[in-house]
Design a protein around this ligand. Sequence first.
Ligand SMILES: CSC[C@@H](O)[C@@H](O)C(=O)COP(=O)(O)O
Ligand SMILES: [Zn+2]
Length: 239
Amino acid sequence: MILAPPTDPNHPNDHTLVEHHDDPTHPAYLIPELCRGFYTLGWVTGTGGGISIRKGENVYLAPSGVQKEKIEPRDLFVLTLKERDFLRWPVHKPLKQSACTPLFYNAYDLRNAGACIHTHSQHAVMATLLWPGSEFRISHQEMIKGMRRGGTGTAMSYLDTLVIPIIENTPDEEDLREGLEEAMRKYPDAPAVLVRRHGTYSWGPDAERAKGQAECLDYLLEVAVKMKLAGMETVGLQQ
Ligand SMILES: CSC[C@@H](O)[C@@H](O)C(=O)COP(=O)(O)O
Ligand SMILES: [Zn+2]
């Protein structure tokens, strides 16, 4: 259970945790930078979608309901991995941590991920409409090699079939948590979960590899949608 930031004025709020604006490997720098990139891809438009990064035992989160491409380090939240205690939160304006927080924690708790990405990619939305069941499948695509088993395991092969579970959307983002956990437990090799009419959750051992996998996944979803609309099968070698 994740609460709102502490209201007790004596509760420690360690702003030094986000004072690394110039270190390109630090989450305080990376989250704003990656969100700007994801915005240009159409993954985080209209304030939805986002990314969380874990640095050791600390989890960095963006605020909820803001223009994700305009996030600054001072807007970020830092929570502990285990107890989900607030270590740092913004004080320059009233902000709440992303509604995706419990879903990002699924990737940390169940996959030992170093980063988790949530997109509102239209390729994902279209794929969930064209694959009405509970699984998306694709094989014989070079970009499958960019995916890892379970998101944090070994690299997949060109000869592997990529299987991604699809869960149904809920009116509130937080309520996706249980369905996402169920899908992650049922599909231990899946490097992502698709949310019907909504988007993707994917993760990786660190921010760089999470980004790479999210890009490969989006590419595969786009190709798959085009293949399906062209009347082609996405599994096997049928032309
Ligand atoms: C167009 S708003 C969509 C959001 O409510 C939701 O889908 C989402 O991704 C959560 O975003 P957040 O702003 O991080 O709380
Ligand atoms: Zn969303």
